[in-house]
Design a protein around this ligand. Sequence first.
Ligand code: CA
Length: 533
Amino acid sequence: MRTTQTKKHWSKKAVVFSALAAVLALSGCGGGDEQVNESPDGKVTLNFLTQSSPLAPADPNDKLINKRLEEQTGIHINWKNYTSDVFIEKRNLAVASGDLPDAIFDAGYGDYDLLKLAKDGVIIPVEDLIDQHMPNFKKILDENPEYRNMLTAPDGHIYSFPWIEELGSGKEAIQSVDNFPWINVEWLDNLGLEMPTTTEELKEVLIAFKTQDPNGNGQADEIPLSFINKPGGEDLTFLFASFGLGENWDHTVVTNDGKVVFTAAEEGYKEAVSFIHELYKEDLIDIEAFQQDWNTYLAKGKDHRYGLYFTWDKANITGMNDSYELLPPLAGPSGEVNVTRTNGIGFDRGRMVITSSNEKLEETAKWVDQLYDPLQSVQNNWGTYGDDTQQNIFELDEEKGMLKHLPLEGTAPVELRQKTSIAGPLTILDEYFGKYTTMPDDAAWRLQLMKDVMVPHMKAENTYPKVFFSIEELDSLSTIEADLFPYLERMRTEWYQNGKVEQEWDEYLKELDRLGLQEWLSIKQAGYDRFTQ
Ligand code: CA
């Protein structure tokens, strides 16, 4: 099937030739011989650079999914595969050398990379290929124009094939809230307390957790409230929404009339920080919250030492048991209840690119398009069925043309997925569930909680979309954010502890402006307006 010959003879087209390339050429990387495009059995061969987990086979062609793809398409992929830990470095070296593969699969490119590589002629626009040779993907973009919008660069071209994964949509999307608050209901029961419904009641409950020995061991070993003090799923900023627009990990919300707002300059934000200081003053906050890592957080969580803590899914910290329940959003001092939405969606723009060295564009497009077939996308994302040599994620119901999740029998889903899935560009739309695949149990459970507990209180109709900014805009945004975000996080932490937010607020607002907040807002607003017009 594969030859060692084809492996070494990637087509060469020096696009960005650098000193580095000269070094690589001297050291003998990449051959100069005639290009070999067909494997001995007459199949078209394409050379792809990729990455995979150390748990996965070193040769991606050993994965059942890829074997089936080769059979189906008649295209042999000659992989150069690196483990994920060294991939970025190897990828950058390959590109700098000018010894380009035909495509980069699981490319890991951000927006800036894509635009720069396009400008340098390393990667090519693919919108015509999509229109002419990719019926599966074209259908997805035609029926979901928001994705075409997200994928299209400011110059009007599409430079990459994306990974799209919907689990719920709109307010009900699984990413809508990342830092779910989990409260110890066993302790509430033991102390005869009700589930708190306001921020003041929460404070009273946490004081009771601290002072009334809810775990009944005679020691004051309870930690009323813990979190990890950085933006993300373990941050306590979920509580901020009781005081106004709230907070999310990129400090960006959009009002219902389409105005982009920087969360950390709002009055409500200031009040929220004051409230956290009140909890701090009462000694209710885990002193390790300000520097702990995941493992420290997990260790105390496993011992059920928390009264209230934050994470995506309690199963990962305190286990899938009845000791903890989702804390419903609380009414703040004004009586209003709100839940802030994150701007996260299951969308990775730069999942695969085609290089300017590729001389088999039509075949490449056809192969990639196969990945956007619904049943294929599901397998590429999670794993496959009918593998005699190892555990399967799915069984195939041939009558219904549907993949059904099998019981994991104790296997960690992430590990099984890494061994058997191929990731890459794909699309899983919300409408696929129940039609092409069942939903993973953990996702179904979390979506139900989102819908029942959080969605009814989400006031924001808009989130900040995946705007494709220009290189100049990306340069400005990243320069400003490099100072702005650390500053706000540092000040917030200081105020949690010293309570001086009221006295220092005006000075803080001035400093935000000095660090470029107004320019940041105008770029973000322009991007939003462009995207939504
Ligand atoms: Ca105790």
